[in-house]
Design a protein around this ligand. Sequence first.
Ligand SMILES: Nc1ncnc2c1ncn2[C@@H]1O[C@H](COP(=O)(O)OP(=O)(O)OP(=O)(O)O)[C@@H](O)[C@H]1O
Ligand SMILES: [Mg+2]
Length: 285
Amino acid sequence: MTTLTESTGLAKVRIRHLRKRFEGATIDALQDINLDIVENEFVTFVGASGCGKSTLLRTIGGLEVASGGTLLIDDQAVTGPDIDRAMVFQHYSLYPWMSVIENIKFCRQLAAHTKNLTSADVEAASGRADALLRLMGLQASANAWPNQLSGGMQQRVAIARALMGRPEILLMDEPFGALDAQTREVMHDLILHVHRLEKATVVFVTHDVEEAIYLGRRVVLMAPRPGRIDTIYDVPFGEARTQDLKHTPEFLRLKREILERIRETSGMKTDLEQLQRLSAQAETV
Ligand SMILES: Nc1ncnc2c1ncn2[C@@H]1O[C@H](COP(=O)(O)OP(=O)(O)OP(=O)(O)O)[C@@H](O)[C@H]1O
Ligand SMILES: [Mg+2]
């Protein structure tokens, strides 16, 4: 465990004293957030519901405006969304009237219209879309409609679409939250493979502590009311990870430690203790 907010290496994302309070709210959704995310890092965020994980991710994505502090990407202040950052959400948000391959190419086609791209650019984009189809194991589904695909496959399309513009930062908000456990395991290994190949910096929000440890080089634990960083855990398992890792004593120990801390910071522990006291009282009556 470490309380350091700064990693070694070049900071891709530098966050200093970041604050966010929504209009009409009486408490900060984000309070004094300080964090460096290094280039090519895979960092995961966990924490009780309402602790500001999505707000932080959306602020990095330029979809929310901070109320104070600084947020720099490559030393430049974030002023809004940009093609250097792509987002993937829990719900696949594919265009139902477009085939898989059209969904993947769609943003590129928009760019081609607005940026006067040459036919060579369009051809390169087409090659990229095919490569992403293969990477995601979707070759056989290139011409299928989204509603013909399983949830896991739809999320693969959403990831391929996000990767199409070669984003430097991939922002993922519970992307596997709606998938069953087996599909999730496959997606974990797929996203690690994608991360190795594409070399993007990945910022990944999840409710699932096991997922956070398996994927992250660091796990950032946030706490609610006000939303803040509580603890940053270094994950000591190196780059090569296989599913067996999840059953090792070191992995289980870290998982227990983080779960316990989430309970402590969420107020859930007090609720549970109160419940236990009430049950004990009920038994003595
Ligand atoms: N658009 C909004 N307007 C007002 N308050 C908001 C808005 N979005 C989020 N909040 C509030 O900000 C706080 C943080 O919300 P956020 O959605 O970032 O939490 P979270 O950690 O992502 O939660 P969850 O795990 O449930 O997804 C909450 O108190 C929430 O009610
Ligand atoms: Mg959220």
